[in-house]
Design a binder for this molecule. Sequence first.
Ligand code: NAG
Ligand code: NAG
Length: 864
Amino acid sequence: MLNSLWATIAVTVITSAGSQESGDEVVRVYSLQRGVWTTPSTTVFLRYEMPGSVDSVDSLSVCYRIRLERFTEYNIHLSYAIGDKEANTLLFYNMATKMLAFVNNLQQNLSMERQLEMFPETWQHLCHILHQGRHDVYWQGQMFSQGQVSNPLELPLNGTLILGQEQDTLAGDFAPSQVLHGDIAQVSLWDRALTRGEVEDLASCRRAGRGNIFSLDSSAVEVSGDVPVAQVALQELCRTSPHYLVLPEKRSVPSSLTQCHLLNATMTVPNSSEDNSRLRTALVPFMSACSSTPWKLWLGVTDAKSEGVWANLNSGDIISYHNFVAPFPYGGTVENCAALFPDGTWGDAKCDLKKCGACELNPADFLHLRGLCFENDHETRFRVEGYYSGRPLFRGYYDLLILWDTKSAQWQLKTTSNRTLASYAPSDLEEYPLGARIWQVRSLLCGTHEGGSLLLSLSACTHHHFMCRSGHCIDHRYRCNLRKDCSDGSDEDDCGVVVEGEAYRRHLPPPGPMDSAPLRLVPRVTLMRITAVDTVNMAVTVDFQVQLKWTDSRLTFTHLENTRKVVMLTHEDSDKIWLPRYRFLNLRSGQVNLLQETIQVSTATSPQLPHYNAVKMDLVYPGANNPLTITQDYMASFACPFSFLSFPFNIQTCSIDLLLQPTYEGFVEISVSNQDVAFTGMQELAFFSVESTRYSPESGGGLLRIEFELHCYGGGMVLGLFIPSLLLLAASWASLFIRWEAFLERLIMSISTLLIFYLLRLTLMQSIPSSMIIKLIDIWFFFVIIILFINIHIHIFAKEEIKTDFASQNKPLFVRPAGGAVVIVSDSAKSTPMKVLHLYRGIILPAVVIVFNIAFWLTIIILR
Ligand SMILES: *[C@@H]1O[C@H](CO)[C@@H](O)[C@H](O)[C@H]1NC(C)=O
Ligand SMILES: *[C@@H]1O[C@H](CO)[C@@H](O)[C@H](O)[C@H]1NC(C)=O
């Protein structure tokens, strides 16, 4: 509509300042350097010489409205110079979405974090108010940024004002990268500070607001170059009306909907008769291309859900406006979609028929072209605007175009200066170059020579999404989650986790946290089972697991996000990276069985967004924040020097000694600060219990010594050996108290105790480690056997002595027992042998047994 205005309305009326201050004013809109193929020119601008008579001002308000067609490096809004050296007296411009300004030749410190939400073909209203040392910037009527300027301002008003170019000297030295491509209107300068309310009125088109120093609508502006000017009702500048794009290929309704979606747009649903006629106007050029029937253009409405109730296909909402004219709709449940007739009325039809579609574009929505070498994110932006060769034209925010070339049947990536950079020949001619496609390079492009190919992608997906090959966006967490989420399944392709750089060398250990510090491996050892304790060969067989955790800051990972669980590396991945290597020092037969090995990344922290030029849109997880873990399950026999001296009350300390490869020395170390070691198996074995699993204090550097104690069960032996042998001793002792005449009974009894003890010993010997080393238990056996033997001999010798004694009675006798103490036995009571016997059974034997026991158990306690 505006286009036609520019073409037809000649500027005849110059409204004088202040004559009209109401909403139905008209303003002049100057169009600078517009057009698809326009190359920036330094000769297109507006110029105004300030009358020198005005003195310097100490307050100034500058307001204007601009609409960019495309961006350049510097989008100059306004430049005011008072001399060659003072060419930046005032300079207002934007770079991408940053607002920038110079006042009195000084770069202004505007709040840089704030971004202008500036989209092509949308009007932006800006005001700079310089007053009392402050520089307030209003954008769309709202405070945007506050800065400072020198106070007093002292700005002479005898310089040159240039719109659309930047003066490097007074009214000269223009550069092609410092131009305005687009429209400018309502430029006004006041020598006072506008109030917030005045700014709001201007921004919302309530007042045209003509400045008392300068107004683009009333001052005599000198036009250089081809600058169309149009008189436009002020209200037009604040009106937003839907932007329709006809898709001039034939598609079914679902497929049209998908295309609109891929174009970051919705399928058109006119909301008023005005919208409807605009859509009809948009259809006119494609009338014959769209369909041979009167049903030309699909609308985004359906009554599939509930017959007769028409709903918006994009949102599902029931529509309030329709333009069906009887007899339509007439298709009942068979025809559930609606199409536009050439006269603008609607008719229903079957949804799978092929017709043109139409999308409704929002100026704030855009696509990203990825895979090139742009210098900032803003340059990746593309929008669909207008047509070229009868098909939609994709226009970059800067100077790139993607257009359909009918002759070669290719989509071409071109510059606005008509240089072809790359081309893509679709297999299906109806296809748009959306999603990931391989393009043929036609002239040197981002380091790829002519004839080479480049993978480029064009889609609406932001960094926060993953782009399916088709151009659909899905959340990162659906990537590589073992489910097909893209309709083409591309979310499950390329699911390797490890990304190693060019400079990665897998034989080199990763650097430590600080450059000079060695890498620290954090161990975690689990002893799962002690399957055998071989006391004869002095070895223990253990099932155990060694886990080592480290970080490799040279790596990055992808696809960690889809699961909260750990991510196992595949063989392909683990073959790419450095893994810690170690060996065991005290293996018994030199053999170790590695049962299982897994390498994992167990966290997914600090994801980084993909680079704006990256076609592969995966989150990247730095290796420094996401440690790797290698877990190895082993079964192995370890030598363990057993000491049986205090058997069966001994405690054995066995160990598993693990040593890192000696070449790591100084580069890799084991950190044993945490005692992350445990025994998880059955603690009670046949003869031992497993206790106090720990890292030995000798661990550190490259050595990790895992110690555990085997406590031999003394209790069983006490019940099975010590108590029975004490009972046998008691029985043998008791035999000494039997009547002297019953010699045979005494003998049998004492001999049986010896035999029983011998049997007991025989059975126990099998469970006692056999070695030639003298054990305390051997001393016990020896002692008990000696005592039992002595008792038998006492019985035998006593018998002989008593016999002879009965023959020669009344002979006094002195006895010297072994201790050397002389005991005089009264000859009147009993015979001498009897006295010896009494002494032996009453004192000597019990004393010897007690003393031996005390000594024996004390030794055991001390040895333990
Ligand atoms: C356009 O893309 C952006 C970013 O992906 C999205 O937020 C927005 O909803 C899309 N708009 C439409 C109309 O699909
Ligand atoms: C662009 O260049 C091609 C050939 O190089 C030419 O045919 C075409 O007319 C040019 N287009 C414009 C708009 O200059």
